[in-house]
Design a protein around this ligand. Structure first.
Ligand code: HEC
Length: 159
């Protein structure tokens, strides 16, 4: 019985791995051919207008990509004329693969080019947070992942 279990586990891995490797390869291809122009090959964008996406949480990146897409005829949750065009032809699998790819890259932090804006940000960071922001901080910061503490279940159990 144990041998059978081990064998079936090995078979499952053998079937799943090539598909996952293919998806990862496809995502890397899209990253190199499409996204690199603005976000650089490893996600460490050089132009300040394009955010650095290297080393971000994959869940966050995935959510942003989904949010750039118009859903069911509605306006996208996150509006960006540039990024809406970029995600238009991406499938769910592509977006997941891209999020995993960029999430796995190392962020190379850069010094702020706008010194005034950086100083204003530092000042804000040093001041105590407003009460509203402290009430449920995880709601404000966490991406909405099913099952995560910050997310609302899409279907509520019968009460
Ligand atoms: C023509 C330039 C351009 C290209 C090409 C491009 N992006 Fe973007 N990307 C942007 C800009 C500009 C923003 C900021 C959008 C905003 O917030 O208004 C952005 C934002 C993002 C964000 C959100 C980052 C954050 O910190 O919230 C992700 C994720 C992203 N892009 C991924 C991609 C991926 C994946 C591709 C390739 C399929 C891609 N981008 C191609 C310009 C580009």
């Amino acid at each position: 019985m144990r041998q059978l279990l081990v064998l079936s586990a090995v078979c499952t891995i053998a079937v799943v791995l090539p598909a996952a490797a293919q998806d990862a390869g496809k995502a890397q291809g899209i990253a190199a051919q499409v996204c690199a122009a603005c976000h650089a090959p490893d996600g460490n964008s050089i132009a300040p207008a394009n955010p650095k996406i290297a080393g971000q949480f994959p869940e966050y990146l995935h959510k942003q990509l989904r949010d750039f897409k118009p859903q069911a005829g509605k306006k996208p949750a996150r509006e960006s004329a540039v990024m809406m065009g970029m995600v238009a032809n991406l499938s769910e699998v592509d977006m997941k693969g891209l999020a995993t790819y960029y999430g796995g890259q190392s962020l190379r932090p850069a010094a702020a080019s706008d010194k005034e804006l950086a100083a204003a940000g530092q000042k804000l960071r040093a001041s105590p947070p407003a009460p509203a922001a402290t009430a449920r901080p995880e709601r404000a910061c966490r991406p909405s992942i099913p099952g995560s503490p910050g997310s609302t279940p899409s279907t509520s159990p019968p009460s």
